[in-house]
Ligand binder design. Sequence first.
Ligand code: ADP
Ligand code: MG
Length: 728
Amino acid sequence: MATLRFKALDEISRREFVKTTLSDEKISSIFGIDVFDREKMRHYIPKDAYDSLCTAIDEGKNIDRKTANQIAIGMKTWATERGCTHYSHWFQPLNDSTAEKHDAFFEPIMSGGCFETFKGDLLIQQEPDASSFPTGGLRNTFEARGYSAWDPSSPAFILDKTLCIPSIFVSYTGEALDFKTPLLKSLQKVQDAAVDVAQLFDKDVTDVKVTLGWEQEYFLVDEALFLARPDLAQTGRTLMGHIAAKDQQLEDHYFGAIPQRVSEFMKDFEEQAYRLGIPLKTRHNEVAPNQFECAPVFEEANIAVDHNTLLMNIMRRVALRHKLRVLFHEKPFHGVNGSGKHCNWSLATNTGVNLLAPGKTPKNNTQFLAFFVSAIKAAHDYGLLMMSSIASESNSHRLGAHEAPPVVMSVFAGSTLSAVLDSIEERVTDKKMSPDEKTDIKLDIGKIPDILLDNTDRNRTSPFAFTGNRFEFRATGSSGNCAAPLIVINAAIADTLIEFKNDVDKLIAKGVKKDEAILQTIRNYITGSKVVRFEGNGYSDEWLKEAEKRGLESINNVTEAFKAPLRPKFSNLFKRLGIFNDSELKARFEINNEILVKKIQIESRVLADLATNHIVPTVIKYQNVLIHNVQGLKDILPDQYKELAAEEIRTITRIAGHVKAIREGVHDMVEERKRFNNVSDVVERAVGYSEIVRPYLDTIRYHIDHLERIVDDELWPLPKYREMMSIN
Ligand code: ADP
Ligand code: MG
């Protein structure tokens, strides 16, 4: 009987790729067609309700019951006209996915028949009985349920004939059980703090929004091969597999043309994305074979996060149509690059200014510098917290390797700005400046070019790089929710901006002129955060040593990273800003540990099963072929066989050695699992799983990968790397 692998390969050889039948319409005519945006609101909601909704969206004001009812009716009318039968609160629980529970609009009437209904109460709040999402002990399933509540700042949309209402998810007592709740709080804080600082320069600034532009990397694998690899199907990554002779060495994939079949898939999911108002702009191949990236135009951060999670969902669905599977795991294949999700962060004012873009005048540039140095200082003070925010079991396979930012924070400013910062540090003093000195400094600052987007002056090895008009946080994993790092970046920068404003005010109170007070504060921040600036190769070992010398703490393992937010310095930051209270931090800590244990547990079970039931029996079959051959030689050529079969005998011995090691490894790994399953403290269990159980995965894999090179290709049961990594 042919193995799953050969059945899959056979199926693929006969496969024709699915041509996408795209609508002929221009992107502009389908863009946002499935979104209940302002234009549709105006059409479906009475004027006064529409006005209150806009105020709620723009200023975070509450919506009263009557208005909610009017909005609900409008939403339902729009959705049912478009064929929707159900509605759902759509939220982002703490497990890197999205959740929905669908309810029908349909309501039967006692007297017979039915009507379709949707009331304000249902729009505003739902009790989804989502009792099995991770909660870290924040709610006892028997007593209290989680509640989802409408987030009016992100528009409702239609997915699969269901009206989806973006929502937050909180416990009965109001603690956050999701990513959106703390994200919204952190956005409010940093936006308010940014308005206060911006007003030092321009009183017309009354509103600032965080902008986020993410870049999503992913791998694609043919569905038949995916299904023939139980490890991929169940854990999202390959737990074994010898690297292909040719993978990314020639870097030909990165510059190459997108394969036709993949391009059909891309066009298909892009069309779905446009309908949902996701402004996708860029698509290209990535470094590893079968690795790709897409990126939208940046948007207001809360909406951008929703769009990222929604797009991941759409990509998974659309891939099925093309008999492909999308892998969002950070490291699906050993030996080639993993996937990340860069988060480009900036601040935009209601006056149309990007606060992280240098301007044309010295005043604009001083404002830019105030924000720029505050962000650097935030990375200096809270870098460890920022790096810990993206720690997860799956991302730990990628970080610190020579392809992704290391586990210590550094900021890349670029040569032009580094020179400006150095000159300010040198020339600004606490003493009152003479008019000449002031002019000189202003001239200097005025010289910052307003366009810094020079690709040659880019550093792709820094976790927090300034890229001309934004900071790019590069450590986020491809499977994670961008909200996790964003909450920390927002909190850290909010706190620093609040401090900046206080520092300037204090100097002014002492009689220092406003412009001098601003320059002195900028200078102090440059000095205070200097050690986090690094322009060299962040992937090098020298940098790790240098970072240590500079007193920058690095994160060495995942379970340590989970603990960071509990340190008083960091938990106080969250408490001060009202983003997380102690019990929420503790709950998140427990959830992180729990998820880590479960993920390693699943991987370990899958590997034990594959090793014992697929690999070892196959290998023994092949070993028997060799034994048979040696035996035959001995029968026919009794005098010469020892010499002739020497290599085969060595191979038989090598196989026996690997099989023994695999069997022992599996046995010991299972024993260790049992040992840690009995540890009741989840943190201790997580440390055990990550430090004791997980290394067995690598040992066992090592032996299997050696065997893959020894055993007859015809017998090998699982698709190989070279097969999975080519989509034509
Ligand atoms: P690269 O790969 O060189 O970093 P990309 O074009 O792939 O460049 O990605 C750039 C990302 O930066 C896009 O997601 C884009 O929306 C985002 N971006 C550009 N300007 C801003 C901004 N002001 N605020 C936030 N994100 C931005
Ligand atoms: Mg980038």
